[in-house]
Ligand binder design. Structure first.
Ligand code: ZN
Ligand code: ZN
Length: 79
């Protein structure tokens, strides 16, 4: 069964903020943001997510210091 290693907590990515060199935090899978109470989500994020294949998971990493955010596409792994 294919699972996202980040959603399941058996892998973490170290991504460094290009602005302030702080390690970005994993805000979780982007699909978690598809909530009716999140109307502020830009249209282009939704469009990109639609083009992602079923064996990938997009995570939203963000910088706790400056608010920089980064979409990280990770491949699902068979466990
Ligand atoms: Zn995930
Ligand atoms: Zn930053």
């Amino acid at each position: 069964m294919y699972q996202c290693p980040l959603c399941n907590g058996f892998r973490t990515e170290k991504i460094i903020c290009p602005n302030c060199q702080t390690q970005l935090l994993d805000g979780g899978a982007l699909e978690n943001y598809y909530e009716p109470y999140s109307p502020y989500l830009p249209e282009n994020i939704l469009n990109q997510a639609d083009g992602v294949s079923a064996n990938e998971c997009i995570h939203l990493f963000y910088c706790p210091d400056c608010g920089y955010d980064h979409r990280y596409v990770t491949k699902l792994v068979n466990i």
